[in-house]
Design a protein around this ligand. Structure first.
Ligand code: ZN
Length: 100
């Protein structure tokens, strides 16, 4: 299904619309103000960008914020897992064999 871009005549914000056929009337409304008074906008060309391309274009500040957010989670503390471990010499005997 082709993707068309419409521009709101009231607030000039552009909205992308998936539309089966171009000759059918557009029933979309502006995502910002809700107006149905939209005008189709023709774009010069479209390019394909992979998810990796999009990630490469992200602002480096974004990665810093992600790292900062992850550092504040419980799983980021290595002692949380180390404190649950037990030295081998203090472990109990394994007990009886399991019969299969
Ligand atoms: Zn609008």
């Amino acid at each position: 299904m082709p993707l068309y871009v419409y521009q709101c005549r009231r607030c000039e914000v552009r909205t992308e619309v998936l539309q089966r056929r171009l000759d059918t009337p557009c029933e979309a409304v502006c995502e910002t103000c809700g107006s149905a008074d939209l005008e189709r906008v023709f774009s010069a060309f479209a390019t394909y960008r992979s998810e990796l391309d999009r990630l490469r274009e992200l602002d480096p500040k974004y990665y810093a914020r992600v790292d900062q957010a992850m550092a504040n989670t419980r799983d980021a503390d290595p002692m949380r897992h180390l404190n649950r471990m037990m030295p081998f010499d203090s472990a109990r005997e394994p007990g009886e064999r399991i019969k299969f």
